[in-house]
Ligand binder design. Structure first.
Ligand SMILES: CC(=O)Nc1cc[nH]c(=O)n1
Length: 109
């Protein structure tokens, strides 16, 4: 079944809404997003819905293949991005690069 939801840590919310973070790197469990589908996005911490995103692509990528270009799309330096990914997914090598575009903001409740 096509996933219809995605969560992000609250600290990424502002960058997503500002269009400064346009990709996310996820593990095997989240490789099933479908290009062209729209997902409702909520915070990981509180489950607060804050936007909808259209999934543009889902591609496998190895941790060691991450470049400055990927970091730029995450609004980070490459060192920061690698630290963040290692903190979320310790020891991971196989990642999935999900690119998306903002489809709409959700009202504050
Ligand atoms: C909740 C969660 O896993 N969030 C992530 C993970 C990887 N990248 C990202 O932008 N957000």
């Amino acid at each position: 079944m096509t996933p219809t939801t995605m969560t992000f840590f609250e600290r990424f919310e502002a960058d997503i809404l500002a269009g400064k973070k346009t990709i996310t790197l996820r593990d095997e469990a989240e490789k099933y997003y479908v290009p062209g589908s729209v997902v409702t996005v909520s915070t990981f911490e509180e489950g607060r819905e804050f936007c909808r995103l259209e999934i543009l692509s889902v591609e496998p990528i190895l941790f060691d293949a991450l470049t400055d270009y990927h970091a730029e799309q995450e609004n980070m330096t490459l060192d920061e991005l690698k630290e963040v990914i290692q903190a979320i997914y310790p020891g991971i090598q196989q990642l999935y690069l999900i690119s998306y575009q903002l489809k709409g903001l959700l009202k504050v409740n």
